[in-house]
Design a protein around this ligand. Structure first.
Ligand SMILES: C[S@@+](CC[C@H](N)C(=O)[O-])C[C@H]1O[C@@H](n2cnc3c(N)ncnc32)[C@H](O)[C@@H]1O
Length: 284
């Protein structure tokens, strides 16, 4: 008789399989918010989406008129031989599985491109993305191609993120990325245990934003410099909200309001009701 592995129900982002760790969830979240505060607009792109762990968080930051585009082989064969071998790890992946996970968190779907990352520039307009997460094939040639793709698709102040920049089993990533930092072409913003955040635009204001964030939350960090460019190195941050993205279905109704909105709602009630609520809260 065949046994079936029980599938864990997805209640929070932590339950979605993938490699998007808490520290990078926090840093990504903060940088995307900061771009919006600065009035920077544009679409969001992920190269290598797997089952949606990082795409789900990116999807949360879409502002009106912005879209999230993801590209993945989703089980299709990679065009080149070394990539074909590494992509074998994901042979059973389907875009339906990605879409089902994404739909648990967002009513509006992502735009999905099934195929190698090299097809993306033919499907989307150049100079139109404010954020690109490069997390597809981690071999040198493919990362170098993905860097060029990101450069042509990003707006001048857009942010690019490189996954597995420090992993022992992916030397192709640092080999493709750091030389561009050393020449001053690419400006680093932040280095976490897994990712490098950078831009072809101005890095300093994002660096300062993350320093403020670290100070607010007592997250460990230090400042680093490469080729005269200062950036923040962030340690493994476990300071975290329980889940930055509640699923649509599983979120209890009263938790859908963010604390600020709850406060505003209470303050809009007749004073007598507000007093009763406040007294009950104080008693709790
Ligand atoms: C490490 S996983 C992505 C993880 C995901 N971003 C997360 O945080 O959970 C890498 C993904 O890249 C895809 N991939 C590998 N080579 C690719 C290529 N040349 N073009 C597009 N996708 C590729 C794989 O199918 C796999 O889903």
């Amino acid at each position: 008789m065949q046994t079936q592995t029980p599938v864990k129900p997805i209640r929070t982002l932590d339950d979605v399989p993938g490699w998007f760790r808490r520290t990078d969830q926090l840093v990504t979240d903060r940088l995307l918010r900061h771009q919006t505060t600065l009035g920077q607009t544009g679409d969001l792109l992920e190269l290598g989406a797997y089952l949606g762990k990082s795409a789900i968080l990116l999807g949360r930051h879409r502002q009106p008129g912005e879209r999230l585009v993801v590209c993945d082989l989703f089980g299709e064969q990679a065009p080149a031989e070394p990539n074909r071998r590494t992509a074998q790890l994901y042979a059973s992946l389907t875009h339906q599985a990605f879409e089902a996970n994404f739909a648990m968190f967002h009513a509006e779907p992502a735009t999905v491109i099934v195929g190698p990352t090299t097809v993306v520039p033919d499907r989307v307009p150049g100079d139109s993305f404010r954020f690109v997460h490069i997390d597809a094939c981690h071999l040198y040639d493919q990362v170098a191609e993905d860097i060029e793709i990101a450069r042509t698709l990003l707006t001048p102040e857009g942010i690019v993120v490189f996954d597995d920049i420090r992993a022992a089993h992916t030397p192709g990533v640092p080999a493709a990325v750091w030389p561009r930092v050393a020449t001053g072409e690419l400006r680093p913003i932040a280095l976490t245990p897994n990712k490098l955040y950078a831009t072809w635009g101005q890095a300093e204001r994002h660096v300062n934003e993350l320093r403020d964030f670290a100070a607010e939350t007592s997250g460990k960090f230090d400042m680093q410099e490469v080729a005269g460019q200062r950036f923040i190195r962030i340690a493994d941050w476990r300071i975290a909200p329980p889940s930055p993205v509640p699923p649509l279905a599983a979120a209890p109704r009263r938790n859908r309001l963010v604390p600020h909105a709850r406060r505003v709602a209470v303050n809009l009630l007749p004073p007598v009701v507000t007093r009763v609520i406040k007294r009950a809260r104080a008693a709790r």
